[in-house]
Design a protein around this ligand. Structure first.
Ligand code: NAI
Ligand code: MG
Length: 492
């Protein structure tokens, strides 16, 4: 596609403006920034650049909406709006998926078959959950009746990253609205398009103005202003661990409730009794899905000594066949990394891997696709990695796999747990006892047995250790967005 085509034909009917209250408006500063297509490095749209002044307007609009019809609306009616929003996402699945692909570089097959449908599922799930937010009646001592109400926090700030822009936003927006909160959503500066599209569709679904405000902008300006705003009761964040630490710190002054979904270095453990075909396929998918830009990516592949060589051959062979190319081509399985910064980061880690003595067996360099200006990186595999090496300890967030050999069950688990992170883990074995013993022993918020990268709107998701705290999806995903009120009645 000619990039100037997309610049002159707006990708969004709302014209890349901020959604504040009922209005699509330019930033107070008048500034705009460009979002790029990572596959071509060409700008595709100009977006209003929100900062502290716009965040303040958005928080005011959200507060006002809390006091309006939204605050009085029944849970059932809130649920109906969420269901309609799910329907609208599916009605426009091709268009929304294409927007996501243009902005993030992920294969369109993933955007349209996985990201958008999963986002719609999240809205369907929380549409039903709105009426299941029950309190309890409590048998207190004395002639009293005591019960609890689960109430919204008020205005919440949602800060999301660029790897699953719509899906991660939806996992926060849907439970926040189901519980009756009003929202200020700040998408990542790399990928603002689908958050704005979600804002358009929310209004179409009948969400009252001001309930969902969308303010694209940069982290240190718009993001930091949301975290510092005294009118915001809680901040739910997904992104880098160090940003999460900053958000906790900066949120302390106004006593923000925070939910943090942070980085990972997930172990994927293949025992010698595993189905090696399935494990090889799983290991390849675990690291190269969404070009490795996945917080749960199976970036540390632990393989039992006896099957090490056989499994490595299968993973390499499958990885060589991965179709890398134009993300808009439905046959593409490996797209473009999101930015030049990510390409540089991956390159640095590949050099460190070589220097520390890991053996590069596949890739290790940029891929030339099209005119060669896009941010493509070849599927990369290091063998002979030790768990103490930098490439096994730090989150690379790209298509780079570290293969680590182990001797026995205990050493596999000990090494898997020897990580700052604890987001997800997987084990491959035909032994049911071993599988469940491993599931208990692994320090991670999600454990997959003979599979990888499964998600569902109904199943809780989140981290142990430096991968953060708070859970998203499922009924657990509502905890962050509610507070409990205890009500006493004198019956004497
Ligand atoms: P980041 O954590 O800086 O950005 C994520 C979001 O936080 C964006 O919306 C950004 O604008 C916002 N943000 C940044 N600084 C902020 C601040 N001071 N206050 C409030 N909000 C702020 O991640 P970045 O810089 O885009 O990527 C760097 C690395 O982080 C990646 O290479 C990857 O390793 C990791 N990362 C992990 C993700 C995950 O899901 N675990 C997602 C994105 C990045
Ligand atoms: Mg950053």
């Amino acid at each position: 596609m000619n990039p100037t085509d997309t610049m002159s034909t707006p990708l969004l009917a709302s014209g890349g403006r901020l959604l504040i209250g009922a209005e699509w408006r330019e930033a107070v500063s008048g500034k705009r920034f460009r979002t790029l297509n990572p596959a071509t490095a060409e700008p595709i749209a100009e977006i209003a650049e929100g900062d502290a002044a716009d965040i303040d307007l958005a928080v005011q609009a959200a507060k006002q909406a809390l006091g309006g019809p939204w605050g009085k609306m029944s849970a059932a009616d809130r649920g109906k709006i969420l269901w309609r929003l799910g329907d609208l996402l599916m009605k426009h699945v091709e268009q929304v998926g294409r927007l996501e692909t243009l902005d993030s570089g992920k294969p369109v097959a993933e955007s349209t078959k996985i990201d958008v449908p999963l986002a719609a599922d999240v809205f369907y799930y929380y549409a039903g959950a709105a009426t299941k937010l029950e309190g309890s009646t409590i048998p207190v001592s004395g002639p009293f009746f005591n019960y609890t109400l689960r109430e919204p926090l008020g205005v919440v700030g949602l800060i999301v990253p660029w790897n699953f822009p719509l899906l991660i936003a939806s996992r926060k927006v849907a439970p926040a609205l189901a519980a009756g909160n009003c929202v200020v959503l700040k998408p990542a500066e790399e990928t603002p398009l689908t958050a704005l599209r979600l804002g358009e569709l929310a209004l179409e679904a009948g969400l009252p103005p001001g309930v969902l405000n969308v303010v694209p902008g940069f982290g240190p300006t718009a993001g930091a202003a949301l975290v510092a705003h005294p009118g915001v009761a809680g901040v739910a964040f997904t992104g880098e661990t160090t940003t999460g630490q900053l958000i906790m710190q900066n949120g302390a002054k106004t006593l923000k409730k925070v939910s943090l979904e942070l980085g990972g270095k997930s172990p994927n453990i293949v025992f010698d009794d595993a189905d090696l075909e399935a494990a090889g396929r799983g290991a390849m998918h675990a690291i190269f899905y969404n070009k490795g830009e996945v917080c749960t990516a199976g970036s540390r592949l632990f393989v039992a000594k006896d099957v090490h060589q056989a499994l490595l051959e299968k993973v390499v062979e499958r990885s060589q066949k991965l179709v890398q190319g134009d993300p808009l081509d439905p046959k593409t399985r490996l797209g473009a990394q999101v930015s030049q910064a990510q390409i540089e980061k991956i390159g640095r880690y590949v050099e460190i891997g070589k220097k520390e003595g890991a053996r590069l067996v596949l890739g290790g360099e940029q891929a030339k696709i099209g005119d060669g200006r896009g941010y493509f990186w070849k599927p990369t595999i290091f063998d002979g990695v030790r768990n103490s090496m930098t490439i096994a300890r730090e989150e690379i967030f790209g298509p780079v796999l570290s293969v680590i050999e182990f001797d026995d069950f205990d050493s596999a688990i000990a090494q898997a747990n020897d990580s700052a992170y604890g987001l997800a883990a997987a084990v491959w074995t035909r032994d049911i006892k071993k599988a469940h013993r491993a599931a208990r022993a692994l320090h991670a918020g999600t454990v997959w047995i003979n599979t990888f990268n499964l998600y569902d709107a109904a199943s809780p998701y989140g981290g142990y250790k430096a991968s953060g705290f708070g859970r998203e999806s499922g009924m657990a995903g509502l905890d962050f967005y509610t507070q409990t009120k205890s009500v006493w009645v004198d019956l004497s």
